[in-house]
Design a protein around this ligand. Structure first.
Ligand code: C5J
Length: 221
């Protein structure tokens, strides 16, 4: 069996059923001067994974593995933004307010865009999602079924929020999920470490984890 060196054991690769999902590599979460930083987060941690995410995307494209991108965002009239999400906590700026790079998490605003370095190619699927999970209120599930993509590699931010939520949604829908350890990050290092550990615990209860090197090595083979 061809596999990817992974934890807790080799990922049972079926190349023609594989896709890469890159979660929310958006300017406002990752770039200095954006919304994430305005909330007091150290975005340098997230910015540092850009080269690894780029290498993974390019390696997947070269191997013929479809690349799917997600963006957490809402309609300009906020019709898809639950009040409970808009009013949660006590932030200086809320979703829909004018932030350093345009209206926060609103479709089409500069800060909502995916980083130029990781921009989707024409023809790649981009899922705009109003929730943390990419399956909730989107066409992702149907798109994967239509393309017969049962195995998913995950990268992006943040590890314990949108990445983990989407992996759990995918796992419950019958997908085999592999998280690229060095192509995901959190503002909180301890949350990233805990997420990797809980995903692969109990015999891969949510999925597997592997380095970008191990994934690309297997795709090159
Ligand atoms: C993501 C968030 N993408 N933390 N969003 O994780 O609100």
């Amino acid at each position: 069996m061809t596999g990817i060196r992974a934890l807790p054991y080799a990922f049972p690769l079926r190349r023609n059923e594989l896709a890469l999902i890159v979660i929310d590599m958006q300017r406002d979460f990752v770039e200095p001067g954006g919304f994430g930083e305005s909330l007091g987060n150290d975005v340098s941690r997230l910015f540092a994974i850009v080269p690894a995410v780029k290498r993974l995307i390019e390696g997947c494209r070269a191997a013929g593995v479809p690349v799917i991108h997600t963006q957490e965002c809402h309609q300009p009239d906020l019709s898809d933004l639950p009040a409970a999400k808009r009013h949660r906590g006590n932030p200086r700026l809320r979703i829909g307010d004018a932030g350093p790079m345009g209206r926060i998490l609103i479709a089409g605003e500069p800060g909502t865009a995916i980083l130029d370095d990781l921009a989707p190619l024409p023809g790649e699927l981009v899922i705009e999602k109003p929730g943390k999970g990419a399956f909730y209120a989107t066409s992702l599930g149907e798109e994967l079924k239509r393309r017969r993509l049962t195995q998913l590699i995950f990268a992006g931010v943040t590890t314990e929020v949108c990445v983990q939520t989407t992996m759990r949604e995918a796992n419950d829908r019958g997908h085999e999920c592999l998280l690229a350890e060095d192509a995901t990050e959190s503002y909180f290092p301890e949350f990233k470490a805990a997420t990797l550990a809980m995903i692969r615990a109990q015999g891969a209860i949510v999925g597997w984890t592997a380095s970008v090197d191990a994934i690309l090595e297997a795709l090159d083979a």
